[in-house]
Design a binder for this molecule. Sequence first.
Ligand code: HEC
Length: 140
Amino acid sequence: MSTGHPSAGTLAGLVVLVVALLTVLLAACSSSDGATTTTVRLTGAAAAGQETVRDLGCTTCHTVDGSDGVGPTFQGLAGSKVRLEGGRTVTADETYLRRSIEDPSAQVVDGFRPIMPERDLTDAQVSSIVAYLQAIGQRR
Ligand code: HEC
């Protein structure tokens, strides 16, 4: 009478399949570990700023991978030349960055709509965000 248990052959097949899957998964994990070594590790104020930017939802509009979203990318922004609406070009120094964050409509980047929301941020929050932007900005 059949008990409904899978035969020994089926079980052995399953074990082979599981082992094969695990091997593939482990290989995938170790290769992505290798990729993280190229990521910049941030410390201090820059790390706090990275968290603030994430918490405040800035990254819904700003990427850090170099591609523009709703707003310009944060990657390489600090220290770069920014063309503003109206044709003026400014350097994204600390003063510019602070102002862009505290009073977004004061200087609008050319080619973007002035839709960035104004937030009530503390000086410390703005400073840490600027430190973060400088950490992922132009290499000097
Ligand atoms: C709803 C989308 C949106 C959100 C959310 C947003 N921004 Fe923006 N941001 C923009 C747009 C669009 C621009 C470009 C137009 C302008 O200059 O206002 C911009 C411009 C900037 C600039 C100047 C960029 C440059 O290339 O010169 C900085 C710095 C900046 N944002 C920081 C922030 C920070 C920090 C936060 C979170 C507190 C934030 N943004 C949240 C849309 C957004």
